[in-house]
Design a protein around this ligand. Structure first.
Ligand SMILES: N[C@@H](CCC(=O)N[C@@H](CS)C(=O)NCC(=O)O)C(=O)O
Length: 335
């Protein structure tokens, strides 16, 4: 009974002990610098290989993704938009929350986990085994494990004649990609994994300033870098489609709900309608994985109810006239 009204010294002590423990647990999610800013560790297999000679051969390569991972999602999107399924198989790995690693649903090339595949490909012992990964069946080797480079390689891969780095807007695409990578794609993690208020404030300010810049760009053109769909749009989508479902409630990214940025809202709806995009979105899996796995941020492991995905890709609430038809440069696949 006494604990219902604990003495202040006990509350103070418990808070300090919990905070100390929390900081130790956060180290498991990722390193921070001395000022408490989250610093994403570098990816393995980051060197960009040449386009393989057997790139067009059916099933010679495999793109390994996890459903909840936004970095994997961008690679999956390029795979879908350029219809690369004829030459690259898609392998979806599942999280193993107890072991904290990705595992294959069926043994893959003799491996039960992604870590085994990394080790067999020559990764250092103890290296992070991250998705996405492009794997060569011929070489029995991971070729590339860094998503920003991987989407560029997949854009050069023989496939659908869609160029997601259109020459006429190359500079704008590159500038947006660079800005998004730090302030938005990693920015939501910088908010969620910040170790103190100042680190969070800095990341959150940069994130919303960039989203407001995107809102301005999208109020005068259909796609982020201009008239044509590009890798900049591909990079923005995985973060924005998880905003209300995961990042706002879990990472504290809730300064402005997206419906207050109507051009961004309409852009997200337009992108969602592109071929293959909806099939890459599994909101239930995202919420289960994030709320279930990120124990230091959500110790109970309870997965809260969230808005159905369909409500996030409806016309912007309370506004008419934003429901612009998709000026899609993506050819529809024949049935
Ligand atoms: N820099 C990598 C990061 C990818 C990444 O962090 N993936 C996470 C899932 S969202 C992962 O696989 N983590 C597993 C681990 O750290 O062990 C990329 O962009 O490709």
């Amino acid at each position: 009974m006494a604990l219902l009204n604990p003495p202040p010294w006990l509350v103070r002590g418990a808070r300090a002990a919990w905070h100390w423990q929390w900081l130790r647990l956060m180290e498991g999610l990722g390193p921070a610098d001395a000022a408490g800013h989250y610093r994403r560790p570098p990816a393995g297999f980051a060197a960009v290989p040449a386009l393989p000679h057997d790139a067009a051969r059916p099933a010679a390569h495999v793109l390994i993704v996890g459903r909840s991972c936004p970095w994997a999602h961008r690679a999956w999107l390029v795979w879908s938009l350029r219809q690369l399924g004829a030459s690259i198989d898609l392998e979806v790995v599942e999280p193993d929350p107890q072991a904290g690693r990705w595992r294959f649903r069926q043994p893959f090339e003799g491996c039960a986990s992604l870590r085994e595949l990394y080790a067999r490909s020559g990764a250092a012992a103890g290296a992070r085994a991250t998705v996405p990964v492009l794997y060569s069946r011929g070489q029995r080797q991971v070729l590339l494990g860094e998503s920003a480079r991987l989407i560029e390689l997949l854009n050069r891969w023989p496939g659908q004649a869609l160029d997601l780095d259109p020459p006429g807007q190359a500079a704008a695409t590159a500038a947006w990609r660079e800005r998004l990578q730090g302030a938005v794609n990693d920015g939501v993690y910088r908010c969620g994994f910040a170790r103190n208020q100042a680190a969070y404030d800095q990341a959150e300010t940069a994130l919303f300033a960039t989203l407001e810049g995107a809102e301005t760009a999208l109020s005068r053109q259909p796609w982020l870098a201009g008239e044509r769909l590009s890798l900049a749009d591909v990079q923005l989508f995985p973060t924005l489609i998880r905003l209300e479902l995961v990042y706002a409630p879990l990472f504290g990214v809730s300064r402005r709900p997206l419906w207050q940025l109507p051009a961004l809202w309409a852009w997200r709806r337009r992108f969602f309608g592109l071929p293959g995009v909806a099939a890459s979105c599994d909101a239930e899996a995202w919420r289960r994985d994030y709320f279930g796995a990120l124990f230091p941020l959500h110790a109970s492991g309870i997965v809260p109810a969230g808005p159905p995905l369909a409500t996030l890709v409806e016309p912007c609430p309370g506004r008419s006239g934003d429901d612009s038809p998709a000026p899609s440069p993506v050819p529809r696949p024949t049935a």
